[in-house]
Ligand binder design. Structure first.
Ligand code: NAD
Length: 419
């Protein structure tokens, strides 16, 4: 049954998208049973001594959705709204995403329900190390490899790597990706998601004959994914007319100065009050008349209620799950071209794969090698999905899911199952 807007949660959305794509490729019932559900789900208790001396209990999760094609791979999110269902959904999407870009990983995800904006570095370090100890039986370079996601970063990865390595007695950089360069991180990983989003936007513009030079863009969410996407689009001559973060939205019809906005966000932690901009409301950004809308924050940003107002020609999903299925259908009926998340933001996991390969080989690549390989993967994947979209006359999201789910199904069928 389709998830209604009222009871929709990210996992319902993931299940509904799975069923739609599985129907479209005519997937048999047995294979569906084997690949639809998470393989492992772990909930952990994380007691942390806070700076004022009291113990605070946090809840954390790690989910491995499918490992038929390789180790589980997926980020760790720190956010007050993290739930087990959200982590299960994000792990499911990681499985299809890794298959869409054809890298030898399965899908995983982790999260801790916490409010990192109100925690000190000391508290965050303690929580991260305790969380790592709790999920230790699941993770490892051959098993499950975490990476950064919302409100986690390279420092978080360094703490996880150190905690894991302490239990083995030697450094094991391959247990996480998105690490600092000095610990075996990869050049280009920090900007990989935004760079991949940019590559898929270039392909979509070419397909739709929209010149990127002078194209108007609105970006919701100005963290890792959103700010790098905005920066690359700005460098390509596009006009970023509106940007938001969790504190506010700024608008300039002539285009915002993105390098300066990035500088201000790094200094002050917000985009609000940026010189030569006027404040607008979040719903005005989403409804902006523009060529490309980039949702780069959290799930369910565009729902049945606000989807009719969207006036962009392309929606590029830098975030995971920013559209509900109902919103998807509305945008489809309006003829808006959606670059689906499992394709659009797959640049991050692709360079994570490059990082893992470099760590395993102890041989590190030049930045230009990374960009060239990433560009090749993103453009090949875009055209693989576009081919299904055009030949089968299905929306891009279904096409991407058909490709990803089809590849995982093939892997599972070839491996067989122990009776
Ligand atoms: P981040 O923590 O670096 O940034 C998140 C941004 O979203 C912040 O600027 C925050 O202020 C903003 N935000 C939060 N709530 C908002 C709201 N209601 N309205 C507007 N802005 C809001 O996180 P990130 O890594 O950039 O991740 C963003 C999205 O991209 C997530 O969905 C994540 O899963 C996805 N993603 C990230 C990566 C990666 O490598 N970082 C890879 C693939 C997908």
């Amino acid at each position: 049954m389709p998830a209604t807007e009222i009871q929709a949660n990210a996992y319902d959305v993931a299940m509904e998208n799975f069923d739609t794509a599985a129907d479209a490729i005519g997937l048999d019932k047995d294979t569906r049973e084997m690949i639809k559900y998470p393989e492992r789900v772990l909930t952990v208790s994380i007691p942390v001594r806070m700076d004022d001396g009291h113990i605070h209990h946090f809840e954390g999760f790690r989910v491995q959705h499918n490992t038929a094609r390789g180790p589980a791979k997926g980020g760790i999110r720190y956010h007050p709204q993290v739930t087990l269902d959200e982590v299960k959904a994000l792990a499911t999407w990681m499985t299809w995403k890794c298959a869409v870009v054809n890298i030898p990983f399965g899908g995983g995800k982790g999260g801790v329900t916490c409010d990192p904006k109100h925690m000190s570095q000391h508290e965050l370090e303690h929580m991260t190390r305790r969380y790592t100890s709790a999920i230790l039986p699941l993770i490892g370079p051959e098993q499950d490899i975490p990476a950064p996601d919302v409100y986690t970063n390279s420092q978080t990865m360094a703490w996880i790597m150190d905690t894991y390595s302490m239990t083995k007695g030697y450094a094991i950089p391959g247990v996480v990706t998105g690490k600092p360069i000095s610990l075996g991180g990869s050049l280009g990983r920090n900007e990989a998601t935004g760079r991949g989003v940019f590559n898929t936007i270039e392909c979509a513009c070419e397909h739709l004959h929209i010149p990127l030079q002078g194209a108007t863009i609105a970006v919701q969410g100005f963290g890792n994914a959103g700010s790098v996407t905005a920066q690359l689009l700005h460098q390509a001559g596009a006009k970023i007319v509106a940007v938001s973060d969790s504190t506010g939205c700024v608008y300039n019809s002539k285009g915002l100065n993105i390098p300066e906005l990035i500088h201000m966000k790094a200094l002050c932690g917000h985009v609000e009050g940026f010189p030569e901009s006027e404040p607008i409301l979040p719903h005005e950004l989403l409804a902006m008349q523009c060529d490309i809308l980039v949702p780069a924050a959290l799930e369910n940003t565009i729902q049945a209620g606000n989807a009719p107002a969207v006036r962009a020609r392309i929606v590029a999903e830098a975030a995971n799950g920013p559209l509900t299925p109902a919103a998807d259908r509305i945008l489809q009926s309006k003829g808006i071209f959606v670059i689906p998340d499992i394709l659009c933001n797959a640049g991050g996991v692709t360079v994570s794969y490059f990082e893992w390969v470099q760590d395993e080989q102890h041989l590190f690549w030049e930045a230009q090698d990374i960009y060239t390989r990433l560009n090749h993967v993103m453009k090949t994947s875009f055209h693989d999905v576009l081919k299904i979209h055009l030949e089968r006359k299905v929306p891009m999201r279904i096409a991407a899911n058909m490709l990803g789910i089809g590849r995982v199904a093939e892997a599972v069928q070839i491996r067989g199952i122990y009776p």
